[in-house]
Design a protein around this ligand. Structure first.
Ligand SMILES: *Cc1c(COP(=O)(O)O)cnc(C)c1O
Length: 408
């Protein structure tokens, strides 16, 4: 067996499909976000503006967060030194779980090493607690939820994205005696659409189902205290399990669920992805606590964030560029072709110092390849003007159809 050839073939396959991923080597500058230095393969460097970071509010450079992390390292050292059960539950972890429970107004919260792990571990565990559990999953749920639901040893039913009639059909066709869970997201980050949470909650009540919401792209950013869209829509108390990340708007790293104490206790006791891994470093937990507290008290950052997103959308629309109909802070621009998408992103980086990663299949369906911009409160009018001017130039260069216009 030529093992090496098999690996080479596998990579070649990805390349030939235009899906080979090239990572941009970036070094962010604290205090100047979204500015960063990009290092090319040959070692040469140039300064760029980052337009696709999930550090949505710039909390990764907030001194309140970085100082809390430094202090925790000075006090407690680097790693946690163990799994949660075996010496890895520090005071910082306990404090963070209290902070998260308070954020979501739940009895408890449970910390995981990432948002990915929190989804996978929780969703793959529930059938152990609820034998016969049927999971109803939105078709566009994130890979981490799908991964957990695939590992779920029970029935799963996929409803068309945000199609609540389809969800109801599937609920109605399921044995009323069986335990049920509806798993969905609030903000879907590729299209920028938002689930009708109150309607899903109503369906869950009507059919006796539990609800599990991924608020990864909403925590920190929506609701008067930054607890997410369920908080904004006044239905947080009706959701059984809220899942979130500390790695996006909170600017640190880690994932969690918040729920009734007994739910967290049971998942804590059965989820392999919680049990058998080293807990996050104390400094991350301390940074997360500082970040959550800060965002709870600073609604003006959320307002500035929304204003920046609206402003970028308006500029792009004015320029006749094909902004996709997002109802949130994410600004996707349709390209519709994998090669063009990659080419535009390469030219933006090399010639304009603008960094945005192309979003291609399989992350999005073929023919809907796009650039996905995430303006933050730190993106200035000048940065936006430069971006729009560059895109206008490239749209002409690549001969791509503009909205309502003719290809140049
Ligand atoms: C990023 C993401 C996750 C995973 O969160 P991490 O903390 O990055 O592991 C989960 N769900 C959704 C919808 C995401 O976009």
């Amino acid at each position: 067996m030529d093992y090496k050839a098999a690996f080479e073939d596998a990579v070649q396959k990805v390349r030939s499909e235009g899906r080979y991923r090239v990572f941009a080597d970036l070094k962010r500058h604290r205090g100047q976000f979204p500015r960063a230095t990009w290092t090319r393969d040959d070692g040469s460097q140039c300064d760029v503006t980052v337009w696709c970071s999930n550090d949505y509010l710039g909390q990764g450079q907030n001194p309140v967060v970085t100082e809390a992390m430094k202090k925790a390292i000075d006090e407690a050292g680097s790693g946690s030194g163990g799994t949660r059960n075996i010496s890895g539950t520090t005071h910082y972890h306990v404090e963070l779980e209290h902070e998260l429970a308070d954020l979501h107004q739940k009895e408890a919260a449970l910390l995981f090493t990432s948002g990915y792990v929190s989804n996978e571990a929780s969703l793959s565990t529930l059938h152990k607690i609820l034998p016969g559990l049927v999971i109803f999953s939105d078709a566009l749920n994130h890979n981490s939820m799908i991964s957990g639901i695939r590992a779920h040893k029970g029935e799963k039913k996929i409803f068309r994205h945000n199609d609540l009639e389809h969800l109801e059909e599937l609920l109605a066709a399921t044995d009323p005696a069986l335990p049920k869970l509806i798993a969905f997201e609030s903000v879907y980050s590729m299209d920028g659409d938002i689930a009708d949470i109150p309607a899903i909650v109503a369906l869950a009540k009507a059919y006796g189902a539990m609800t599990y919401i991924d608020e990864v792209h909403a925590v920190g950013m929506y609701g008067p205290r930054g607890a997410g869209v369920a908080e904004r829509d006044g239905v947080m108390a009706e959701i059984d399990i809220i899942e979130g990340t500390l790695g996006k708007a909170f600017g640190v790293m880690g994932g969690y669920i918040a729920a009734d104490a007994v739910i967290c206790d049971a998942i804590r006791s059965y989820a392999d992805g919680f049990i058998f891994t080293t807990s996050i470093p104390p400094a991350l937990a301390a940074g997360a606590v500082a970040s959550i507290r800060y965002l709870k008290a600073h609604n003006e950052i959320r307002e500035a964030h929304q204003e920046r997103a609206a402003s970028l959308k308006a500029r792009l629309i004015k320029a006749g560029l094909p902004v996709m109909p997002s109802v949130c802070h994410i600004v996707p621009v349709l390209v519709g072709d994998a090669v063009h998408c990659k080419m535009i992103s390469d030219i933006l980086l090399e010639d304009f110092g603008i960094y945005v990663q192309p979003i291609n299949y399989p992350t999005v369906p073929r023919g809907t390849e796009r650039l996905r911009f995430t303006p933050t409160p730190a993106h200035t009018d000048e940065m936006m003007d430069k971006l729009v001017a560059a895109l206008e130039q490239l749209w002409v260069h690549c001969n791509i159809q503009r909205v309502g216009g003719v290809a140049a």
